[in-house]
Design a protein around this ligand. Structure first.
Ligand SMILES: Nc1ncnc2c1ncn2[C@@H]1O[C@H](COP(=O)(O)OP(=O)(O)OP(=O)(O)O)[C@@H](O)[C@H]1O
Ligand SMILES: O=C(O)c1ccc[n+]([C@@H]2O[C@H](COP(=O)([O-])O)[C@@H](O)[C@H]2O)c1
Length: 226
């Protein structure tokens, strides 16, 4: 329950969310509980600086999937600040935008162990840590550590292990596999409705088609005695 005499405590979960999955949701829910956060704001990126060489789904799809996934939790909201600002998504800008919307709030920026390990390479990371408390959460396959980071600015939280990544979800859909129970039901249906992540399937089938045509051509040449 929120205490009106203390500042609002706002969690921020930034992510590419392509698609959002239960690993993101469990992490946010656990941190909300541990720090008694009034709200956790999910902030889909526009262009994450370290993912610029990747194909990423249009921001509106990622935003809508995030809205669908979080709709049932009264403490979860979704912000468009990174999408509407556009350009490269730097967390320092995210924090300034959220601070402008919630003056005086205490900010808690939530990251998985993999993202936390890179934080010293983020733009203006010292200022980031002066504006928000960083909360690193456990993630299967990654070591959660605060080595080299200022102890008073970081907390480490163990969350139920969810061995899920957006990459694995995209690959599953691409090969026609299920993502039920890895992502919320509404997100499964959204992915199907808009045919997201089928490129991998198409390019795989194109590749196998190309290989088959080449094989057929070489067999024909052999039989024609060339
Ligand atoms: N299974 C998980 N458990 C804990 N934290 C997670 C998990 N998946 C993602 N996160 C954290 O959520 C934030 C947003 O992650 P992101 O949207 O990049 O998902 P991802 O699964 O890592 O995506 P991709 O596979 O496309 O790189 C990051 O801080 C990341 O570390
Ligand atoms: O500010 C930076 O330099 C920076 C560099 C890499 C990642 N981030 C942020 O880290 C969050 C998680 O990103 P991602 O791609 O792992 O979902 C997201 O909010 C990104 O904007 C931020």
């Amino acid at each position: 329950m929120s205490d009106s005499t203390r500042p609002l405590r706002i969690g921020i979960m930034g992510g590419t969310f392509d698609p959002i999955h239960h690993g993101h949701l469990v992490a946010a829910s656990e941190v909300q509980d541990v720090f008694n956060l009034d709200e956790v704001i999910f902030v889909p990126t526009w262009a994450q600086p370290f993912k610029k060489d990747r194909r990423v789904s249009p921001a509106e799809h990622r935003y809508l999937m995030t809205v669908i996934a979080t709709a049932s939790n009264p403490r979860f909201t979704v912000s468009r600040v990174d999408i509407d600002r556009g350009g490269t998504t730097y967390t320092i800008d995210t924090l300034h935008d959220i601070m402008a919307e919630y003056p005086g709030a205490e900010l808690y920026f939530i990251t998985g162990a993999d993202a936390l390990a890179q934080i010293l390479t983020w733009k203006d990371n010292e200022e980031i840590m002066s504006l928000a408390h960083m909360v690193g959460v456990t993630r299967p396959g990654h070591v959660l550590t605060d080595t080299g980071l200022p102890a008073d600015k970081i907390s480490l939280v163990e969350v139920p292990a969810m061995a899920i990544s957006s990459t694995a979800c995209r690959r599953r859909v691409g090969r026609g596999g299920p993502v039920w129970y890895l992502v919320p039901d509404g997100v499964v249906q959204y992915i199907r409705k808009y045919g997201l992540y089928r490129m991998a399937e198409r390019s795989a089938s194109t590749t196998s088609m190309t290989a088959r045509v080449a094989r057929e051509q070489s067999l024909r040449k052999e039989s024609e005695g060339e």
